[in-house]
Design a protein. Structure first.
Length: 615
């Protein structure tokens, strides 16, 4: 039997640089196709459903949904645009035949636009160009479109991909038009373009089933769900299958149920056909990248390979004097390992290896945010642990040490130009270009080793009071080179344990900036402030004012404390040095010296200095 074409179906991914409006556009597509029952309350960014996604306003996990337009089922795959979650995009593109490439009409194509477009084109997806956020006051849709066309011309692998339709949209309002002189009314032109340009899935229904697992999900009563597209054959409930895993073929198992999407819901069906995106259950050990096959046609599809991590850090069992006080779940070495192993099943770009001791694990990811999200998730689940400063992952080639190098694009207002060029220059980043736009905005492009860029995002936000935007993209691996060492001043540490009091903090304030307020429990070696000078200084923040019988003037009793600087997880990861750790608990984040006792630290430094002098 020949291939069949599923004219009743389209599978497409929505890809873009971070914040260019993917999830908002999906909202509008869901609403205009009446994917919700009238009683359902729906808000904004509907697919950004997990807690951290809502808080941060970004998509972290790729997600599926499905709508119906003119009798055709459109399976939409929303993807994250932040570079650190690029693994998520790579994981799901194989389910699609086409993609909506969104480009912000004011920003134009950005680093991640190029990365995701290249991947989509390499996988043979047919693109539709969507110039979005037409309503932005500084929108320049023509300029954005021209730049997008240039990019497409550069990256297309098949001439058919160049023939991409163009839509201009306002995702927030839910309007689209093919002609800038005609105002859009709804998303109909976009839906029509999808029907016309995204190829209908095709495949041979008579051959044995093949389904590549691209996503895993847990369902409270059905157990593990494996999501993927039926690449070949048909699928029915109860069907016996074998699973091609990294380590060979599984035992014979059977599909106990099949789900198809309907809007945001999944409904159980008895069978699915070639081209459908389904979730199946009954396969408890299945992993992402495995192929589910008919028992009589055991042939695997190529595994999903995602790019390698660039940063790694140590996760270790807490050795803090406060260990055990704030954890909500047991956080022994075995529990942490089990939790990290569980993460590996779905977080495809993550790697975990044994560390130098039984209580330490090397966790590698695609960037600071990728690792920070994992830390934050585990902390909210109740775990307690310690993490080290992130380091770049190097490779050896022909006897040379190589390190990741990135392109970094920064958008700032002219007023901040001096501070930003100094920041990047002091890190050893090399400027490639500088462009002004009409509104006084500047776009600076740099090339720098990943190592030089750790922590730059935080400094950029501070220097520009939150208005600067930075985006990076991995260029490749280059020879390790000497860089100016970004220099951090010293820290103020607690000289002994206790509860911080106003009197002690007033003394700290004379020396530097406080990270804690009165009432905070501290231990010896905990970092409690910033020393504006190099070198660390121990202060007794728990020190009470001497009680005397004679009451001096009341002015003595009132100490005016400036509010402490509250350090976020991402800032803490940037801030700490190699001899320091971040202690993570469900209730608190603390920074500490690895060696808590100041005398011991001093002795170690002396020994190291002597070793350097003699060797
Ligand atoms: N002015 C304007 N703002 C928009 C439009 N579409 C989205 N936004 C805003 O842009 C921001 C980002 O939108 P999202 O839909 O979360 O973008 P995204 O591409 O899904 O972001 P990531 O998934 O994190 O990459 C939000 O504040 C939206 O309200 C639009 O058409 N016009
Ligand atoms: Mg999103």
């Amino acid at each position: 039997m020949p291939l069949i074409q599923r004219d009743d179906l389209r599978n497409l991914a929505i890809i873009a640089h971070v914040d260019h409006g993917k999830t908002t556009l999906v909202d509008a597509m869901l609403k205009q196709t009446h994917a919700f029952a009238s009683h359902e309350q729906v808000g904004e960014l509907i697919l950004d459903s997990n807690e951290l996604e809502r808080e941060k306003g970004i998509t972290i996990l790729a997600k599926n949904t499905s709508i119906r337009y003119r009798g055709v089922t459109l399976n939409l795959i929303d993807t994250p645009g932040h570079v650190d979650f690029g693994g998520e995009v790579e994981r799901v593109l194989s389910m699609a035949d086409g993609c909506l490439l969104l480009v912000d009409a004011a920003e134009g194509p950005m680093p991640q636009t190029r990365v995701v477009l290249r991947q989509a084109l390499e996988m043979g997806l047919r693109p539709i160009i969507v110039i979005n956020k037409l309503d932005r006051p500084n929108a320049q849709p023509d300029v954005a479109l021209e730049a997008t066309h240039d990019l497409l011309l550069e990256l297309a692998s098949d001439p058919a991909q160049l023939d991409a339709p163009v839509l201009f949209t306002n995702g927030r309002q839910g309007t689209a038009t093919t002609d800038l002189t005609v105002e859009g009314r709804d998303l109909e032109p976009l839906f029509e373009a999808i029907l016309d340009h995204v190829p209908a899935p095709s495949g041979d229904p008579e051959l044995g089933l093949q389904l590549l697992v691209s996503t895993l999900d847990d369902d409270s009563y059905r157990g593990r769900l494996a999501l993927g597209r039926v690449a070949r054959g048909n699928l029915r409930k109860g069907q016996p299958v074998v699973v091609g895993t990294r380590d060979g073929w599984s035992q014979r198992q059977s599909i106990t149920g099949i789900l198809l999407w309907q809007g945001l819901h999944r409904i159980e069906v008895a069978e699915a056909r070639v081209g459908d995106i389904v979730a199946v259950f009954g396969l408890p050990d299945v992993a992402i990248g495995d192929t589910v096959c008919d028992v009589d046609a055991a042939e695997t599809l190529p595994r999903i390979e995602v790019s390698e991590p660039t940063l790694r850090m140590q996760f270790s069992v807490s050795t803090s004097p406060f260990a055990g006080r704030e954890q909500k779940v047991s956080s022994t070495s075995r529990q942490l390992r089990a939790r990290l192993d569980r993460e590996l099943r779905t977080n495809v770009a993550l790697r975990v290896a044994d560390g130098s001791t039984a209580d330490t694990f090397e966790v590698s990811g695609r960037g600071e945010l990728h690792l920070a999200i994992l830390i934050e998730t585990m902390r909210r689940e109740g775990y307690e642990f310690e993490v080290s400063r992130p380091q770049v992952i190097t490779r050896e080639r022909d006897g040379h040490r190589l390190e990741p190098v990135e392109e970094c694009v920064i958008d700032v207002h002219q007023d901040h130009l001096g501070a930003i060029t100094e920041l990047l220059g002091s890190r050893g980043a090399v400027m490639q270009s500088m462009r002004t736009d009409a509104g006084g905005g500047m776009r600076l492009t740099y090339v720098a080793p990943t190592r030089a860029l750790i922590g730059v995002r935080g400094s950029l936000l501070t220097l520009t009071r939150g208005t600067g935007v930075m985006a990076t993209r991995l260029l490749g691996w280059e020879r390790w080179r000497a860089l100016p060492r970004p220099h951090r001043s010293g820290v103020l540490t607690a000289s002994q344990g206790g509860i911080a009091v106003a009197y002690g903090l007033a003394a700290l304030q004379e020396r530097g900036q406080a990270f804690i307020g009165p009432g905070t429990p501290v231990y010896e070696g905990m970092i409690v402030g910033l020393n504006p000078r190099p070198g660390d200084l121990a202060v007794n923040v728990a020190k009470q004012k001497q009680k005397t019988n004679i009451r001096s003037s009341t002015a003595d009793f009132t100490v005016v404390l400036t509010p402490p600087r509250v350090i976020s997880l991402e800032e803490a990861l940037d801030f700490i040095q190699d001899d320091e750790l971040v202690e993570v608990t469900p209730a608190n984040l603390r920074m500490r010296k690895r060696v808590l006792n100041a005398n011991e630290r001093h002795a170690i430094r002396k020994r190291e200095a002597m070793a350097r002098a003699s060797g």
